[in-house]
Ligand binder design. Structure first.
Ligand SMILES: [Fe+2]
Length: 285
């Protein structure tokens, strides 16, 4: 059995990578100030060309703007919102200090786009759902960076349709190996970086839902449930054979295919824009 890993060890691992030199860390620091505006935040973002590119591309993507004509960084920050800038900064930071697999980014982007789609239907801010969805599974990358054998654990989970029993088994396996599971780890990391309590709650409980804790929690859960199905490559009927299969609850079953096609298309665009992953390779399986 692997050593028990504490949340403190995991967050310390994030903190130990020379954060004072990181533009992303500076973004995460200034974004919490009450007096920060889009112009000043854009100035900080502007010192990291890679982050600038991601912010601009996100603002011009179909996920956020139907006009797709955002020309300045300040406008881009205003369009995507501070929470999404924060998520992109943290994603850049994590990407810079540990290996995040292409498959993990694909799943995260698809979950984020799925959560945003659900959010639109339930009167929730899609930017908030997108930025939360982008980071909800960051615990996988942390566990993989600490324990190479973890990939096999999560790989087995992803290979089967998502059911209440498979989800419980993953949480149980992670608790048994590490004393904590990846959703709680992700919540701890986001709390460490001062993400809002509702975001931390939604992420921490995305695999242990006791009913819907909040609309944001519901959107995140539905986003990853949709992604799990899309990534399986199975048609819905085959995927849904198990009695306890978990499908999105906020999306009507008759709308699932339409929403899924839209989410897949938007996610492929973002994957290409943000991570340079061509659409032809954007299967999350
Ligand atoms: Fe997860």
């Amino acid at each position: 059995m692997a050593e028990v890993i504490t949340a403190e060890q995991l967050t310390a691992r994030i903190a130990e990578f020379e954060p004072s030199r990181s533009v992303a860390e500076r973004v995460l620091a200034v974004i919490d100030r009450d007096d920060i505006g889009a112009a000043e935040l854009a100035t900080v973002v502007g010192t990291d060309p890679a982050l600038v590119e991601r912010v601009m591309r996100t603002a011009n993507s179909v996920v956020f703007s139907s006009q797709a004509n955002v020309r300045t960084l300040q406008h881009a920050v205003a369009v995507i919102g501070f929470e999404t800038v924060r998520s992109l900064a943290l994603a850049s930071f994590v990407e810079g200090v540990m290996s995040v697999s292409r498959q993990d980014w694909q799943r995260s982007v698809m979950s984020a786009v799925g959560a945003a789609a659900v959010a639109r239907g339930i009167g929730l801010d899609p930017q908030l759902a997108f930025s939360t969805g982008l980071l909800h599974d960051i615990g996988h990358a942390l566990l993989e960076s600490l324990d190479p054998s973890y990939a096999a654990v999560v790989g087995a989970f992803r290979a089967e349709p998502l059911t209440a029993s498979s989800e419980a088994a993953l949480v149980r396996a992670e608790r048994g190996r590490y004393g904590i599971h990846h959703a709680l780890i992700a919540g701890d990391v986001l709390a460490y970086w001062n993400f809002a309590p509702d975001i931390v709650e939604a992420v921490s409980h995305h695999h242990t839902p006791k009913g819907s804790l909040s609309r944001l929690h519901g959107a995140i859960v539905d986003g990853y449930r949709l992604t799990h199905w899309l990534a399986s490559g199975l048609d819905l009927e085959e995927y849904s054979r198990a009695d306890d299969v978990l499908l999105p609850t906020y999306l009507r079953p008759e709308n699932l295919h339409v929403v899924a096609a839209d989410v897949r298309s938007r996610a492929e665009t973002l994957l290409e824009d943000l991570f340079g992953i061509p659409a032809s390779h954007a299967s999350a399986r």
